[in-house]
Design a protein around this ligand. Structure first.
Ligand SMILES: NC(=O)C1=CN([C@@H]2O[C@H](COP(=O)(O)OP(=O)(O)OC[C@H]3O[C@@H](n4cnc5c(N)ncnc54)[C@H](OP(=O)(O)O)[C@@H]3O)[C@@H](O)[C@H]2O)C=CC1
Ligand SMILES: O=C(O)CCC(=O)C(=O)O
Length: 484
């Protein structure tokens, strides 16, 4: 029988109060159960929130430096368990092992980045208009932060939320996506083994509609950070606004890549292949609309198809696999539905489009990398987030039309331009409506020390990662002192 993972509440590994369990399966082989998790109740969440409240004073008083030192210990613990964590990630979520190793290494680097935040300033001195006064700001934690994460980056996203929350002095109630909760449990084990004090990090698994819903409707938490779908994000925003809880949302993307006629075609093709199909297209930063100037269209399309033909789809744990399965059956069905919708809308399917069911793939959630052309910007496949390896080619006459099409989206997370013309690059940087702006670089890929987030419906305007995280996880006290 597969291993059973428990909740971590007030420093103790505990079963759900109703004794209900849920399985997490391998998307490369639905017969393989990766682990069994607690299907927790609202009461379990309340207990976790109370334990975070009880722990927050002492954790705050430990000081930023000492909290940072603790994160170094966690980083070392994750490093010791890197192989096991990465293999679990691949088996539970489907991305290839090299990608999973890369993500786990990124998690370690994020932990070390925020560990070193412990040694950086937590305020500024500001000259007062009163010459006898000392005025300064001091950052203070929010208190208890609820963290709800998706399944597509089960190591990096939880860590890039938990690490800054903790170093800036908050305590945490963490609910991972059910589809990748075993990987999340292994990360939480590293915090516990590193000696995180009881109640500082609580971990509760279970249904979004129960565990997630209880967190977002709690009046006892002080902040909530969420990455996932727009539909759930809206629920978070509504509940948090009603309760006066600070919130931060990171949701979808429909990321454009513009290829101009002076682009280096090889570099553009490599960028689109990697940006669109790595992680089976399941990144909020994945490339999905490829907008190409007409004079280079045929050359680019032929080169793109030639490279796509080389993609080997198989179990992510197998050494030479380039693209693994979709993360779940429902994700596979969403992708297949959109492929059908694209055809019904009149777009032309020029590559892929089918589920792969042959031989060893029969029990997994595999789909071919898929390319559509003759796509109009208003079509659903050009407007809605598919979250799979499906791209839409859109032909345009010049850069103005390209930018108009790129901006014709409710989303604004990441956008790329391929060109060798500096003037075109400057126009793009100025006119594109996107939080991440990339020139001659793929749309996916995030630097852990730089601000990350989108415009329009992609996020709530705040930024994660790097120094930007401080803005969400802290409040500012402005202090003025006079000697008498
Ligand atoms: N921006 C991004 O990075 C991501 C975007 N998505 C988009 O969302 C689509 C659907 O994916 P899905 O996993 O269903 O996304 P969800 O938004 O449903 O899941 C994200 C997280 O929210 C939790 N959750 C679900 N329902 C609630 C609720 N009512 N209250 C509070 N928390 C809740 C989930 O828990 P549980 O897992 O238990 O349901 C999970 O932890 C994808 O196809 C993709 O388009 C998905 C993942 C990441
Ligand atoms: O591109 C990346 O590395 C991160 C993307 C991301 O945050 C997401 O897909 O949720």
């Amino acid at each position: 029988m597969a291993e059973v993972f428990k909740n971590l509440i007030n420093g103790k590994w505990k079963e759900s109060s109703n004794g209900e369990l849920m399985e997490s399966i391998n998307p490369a082989n639905r017969q393989e159960v990766i682990g069994i998790l607690q299907s927790s109740t609202a009461g379990d969440v309340e207990e976790a929130i109370q334990s975070s409240i009880d722990a927050k004073r002492e954790w705050r008083k430990l000081g930023q430096f000492n909290r940072g030192q603790m994160l170094y210990q966690v980083a070392n613990e994750v490093e010791r368990n890197l192989t096991e964590i990465a293999e679990t990630l691949t088996k539970e979520m489907g991305k290839t092992l090299p990608e999973a190793i890369g993500e786990t290494q990124r998690g370690i680097a994020i932990l070390r980045y925020y560990a070193s935040e412990g040694m950086r300033k937590d305020g500024d001195v500001i000259p007062s208009s009163d010459k006898d006064a000392l005025m300064f700001t001091k950052r203070t934690p929010l208190g208890v932060v609820g963290i709800i994460t998706p399944w597509n980056f089960p190591v990096a996203i939880p860590i890039w939320k938990i690490a800054p929350a903790l170093v800036y002095g908050n305590t945490v109630v963490f609910k991972p996506a059910s589809e990748s909760a075993v990987t999340a449990a292994k990360i939480v084990q590293c915090f516990e083994k590193a000696g995180i004090p009881k109640g500082v990090l609580n971990f509760v698994t279970g249904k979004g509609s129960v565990v997630g819903n209880t967190i977002i409707n709690s009046k006892k938490i002080n902040g909530i950070t969420f990455t996932g779908s727009e539909a759930t994000g809206k629920l978070v925003a509504k509940a948090a606004s009603e309760n006066g809880v600070k919130f931060q949302l990171e949701m979808g993307g429909k990321n454009p890549v513009i290829v101009l006629n002076d682009a280096d075609v090889k570099s553009a093709v490599d960028g689109v292949i990697s940006g669109a199909f790595k992680s089976t297209g399941q990144k909020c930063t994945a490339s999905s609309r490829i907008i190409i100037e007409e004079s280079i269209y045929d050359e680019f399309k032929q080169a793109l198809i030639k490279e796509t033909e080389k993609i080997k789809v198989d179990n992510g744990i197998t050494e030479d696999t380039w693209m693994g399965p979709c993360a779940s059956e429902s994700q596979l069905n969403t992708v297949l539905d959109y492929i059908k919708i694209g055809q019904e809308e009149g777009a032309q399917l020029i590559y892929g489009g089918k589920q792969l069911k042959n031989a060893n793939l029969a029990d997994g959630f595999y789909v071919e990398p898929t390319i559509f052309e003759n796509v109009a910007s208003h079509m659903r496949i050009a407007q809605e987030e598919i979250f799979g390896p499906v791209i839409a080619l859109i032909k345009v006459k010049d850069i103005e039309e390209a930018i108009d099409v790129a901006n014709d989206s409710e989303y604004g997370l990441s956008a790329s331009l391929y060109t060798t013309n500096i003037g075109a690059a400057l126009t793009f940087i100025e006119d594109i409506e996107s939080g991440l702006v990339r020139v001659n670089a793929e749309s996916a890929g995030v630097e852990l020390h730089a601000p990350f987030g989108g415009m329009k419906s992609s996020s709530t305007g705040s930024r994660e990662q790097g120094e930007a995280a401080k803005e969400f996880y802290t409040a500012i006290k402005t202090v003025l002192i006079k000697s008498k």
